[in-house]
Design a protein around this ligand. Structure first.
Ligand SMILES: Nc1ncnc2c1ncn2[C@@H]1O[C@H](COP(=O)(O)OP(=O)(O)OP(=O)(O)O)[C@@H](O)[C@H]1O
Length: 435
């Protein structure tokens, strides 16, 4: 675990007891690292094990097998008091909100407040809240301007009456946010962190209500305010936008993203809400108790951009491109290293992320160098496609970062898209193809 890591899950299994039977294994050898400030979204079918993994990371369950380090502490070796200390640094937003029914919304939020927080820290957090509010307003004003001017993705999605209703709804929402901004700037709100957080989440009129007088979505927002009030280092959220309408879902997504950015807070959330996916740095998929994919979004977008420029991939739909990108794995080579050797069996296709490689045919002296490839270029497809030995040797000029796609995944992509295969064959005829 480096100082940049907030969470490290190593070979974690988990069992649940069964009456009169052997315990049942729910999690199987999971590995995951969350870096500081990262937003990781976990998706997967019901019963895949997402909540179990989340509660293990949150020190709400005992680690049975494997190793779990959270915020620099190894959970397996801790006593209950130490586990409580770790939990204090975590903000939890869980589906069963765990609010105290006898306390008002404001008091529920205040409970999450660290009593050692100084007035100065609280004031700087109030400034942060004003900053988040500015970000939220800018986002909604832009959406409204797009709708009024008749462009943007929402206009394409909605037609006629639906579009008119959306415009009217959004106008009212933006006007309400202006009111919230006014409240946030008032003195009473300035000195009261829980109240300000609730106002930011659109609950300014609900601060003094007890949970039983709140809707599911309002209770959810109280739980979110409570998770944020102590400026946690890690937030664990299970369906944080599940009972919220689209607008409030976006407010919550924006606040979480801003919190990660301003405080370096790591956020791991389980969601089925597609509109929240765009705040993720990574998307982790679980299936039957196992993490089956872990995708770095920035990297996937970069790979798609590269793939689009390769002739051989030009025919794939964005969805097919994304599927290919998701399967590519990063590899690093030092200066002078041989990436592939002429005559060897081909097992991978490569895209160059950073650096340059030299291509040699029938020898490795300068006289045999036929080409230098750089960022965004690709090689290695011919041997895979034709099931023949490598036709060239490729060596790193300086340190090189590559994205590699295994033979099976490459073949699956070519099988799935006949025109793509055709193109590969055509490119194969051209002198620019190597490997
Ligand atoms: N306390 C428990 N005792 C026994 N089995 C449990 C317990 N909690 C969860 N399970 C089982 O473990 C499996 C994983 O459950 P988990 O809640 O982690 O899944 P999930 O991916 O979060 O699902 P969902 O999306 O429905 O919340 C399920 O088969 C569930 O029935």
């Amino acid at each position: 675990m480096t100082t940049d890591d907030s969470v490290q899950v190593r070979d974690v299994d988990h069992y649940f007891p069964r009456a009169g039977d052997e315990p049942i294994k729910i999690l199987h050898g999971n590995n995951l690292t969350l870096k500081r400030g990262e937003i990781v979204i976990m998706v997967g079918r019901a019963g895949a094990g997402k909540t179990t993994l989340l509660t293990l990371i949150g020190a709400l369950r005992r680690v049975q097998h494997g190793k779990l380090e959270v915020l620099g502490r190894e959970l397996g070796a801790m006593n209950n008091r130490q586990l409580v200390e770790v939990r204090r640094r975590i903000g939890f937003i869980f589906q069963r909100h765990n609010l105290f029914e006898s306390l008002t919304a404001r008091r529920n939020v205040a409970l999450g407040q660290d009593s050692s927080a100084t007035g100065l820290a609280a004031r700087s957090q109030l400034d942060e809240i004003l900053h988040w509010d500015g970000t939220i307003r800018a986002l909604f004003e832009k959406r409204l301007a797009d709708l009024e001017q008749g462009h943007g993705p929402e206009v394409e999605r909605l037609r006629g009456k639906k579009l008119d209703a959306k415009r009217a709804g959004l106008r009212a929402f933006v006007a309400d946010r202006a009111r919230i901004q006014g409240l946030l700037k008032e003195e009473p709100f300035k000195n009261d962190l829980p109240r300000s957080l609730l106002a930011l989440l659109g609950l300014h009129e609900r601060c003094d209500n007890k949970p039983n007088a709140l809707s599911g979505g309002q209770r959810q927002r109280v739980a979110i305010a409570r998770a944020l009030v102590n400026r946690p280092d890690l937030i664990l959220a299970d369906e944080p936008t599940a009972s919220l309408d689209e607008e409030n879902g976006r407010v919550v997504a924006t606040i979480l993203k801003e919190h990660a950015k301003t405080n370096g807070c790591t956020i791991m959330l389980v969601t089925h809400d597609p509109q929240i996916l765009d705040i993720a740095d990574r998307i982790v998929t679980m299936e039957a108790g196992r993490i089956i994919s872990d995708i770095d979004i920035k990297q996937a977008i970069e790979i798609c951009e590269f793939l689009k420029q390769c002739n051989v991939f030009a025919n794939l739909t964005p969805e097919e491109l994304r599927e290919v990108a998701d399967k590519m794995i990063r590899e690093s080579y030092p200066a002078g290293a041989r990436v592939i050797g002429q005559g060897e069996r081909g097992d991978k296709f490569f895209l160059i992320k950073e650096g340059e490689v030299e291509v040699f045919v029938d020898g490795e002296s300068p006289a045999h160098r036929v080409r230098v490839l750089g960022k965004g270029d690709f090689f290695g497809e011919m041997a895979l496609l034709l099931d023949q030995p490598r036709s060239a040797t490729v060596k790193a000029v300086g340190p090189v970062e590559l994205y590699a796609l295994g033979k099976e995944d490459f073949n699956a992509a070519t099988e799935a898209s006949p025109p793509f295969k055709e193109q590969v064959r055509r490119v194969y005829q051209s002198p620019s193809a190597f490997g």
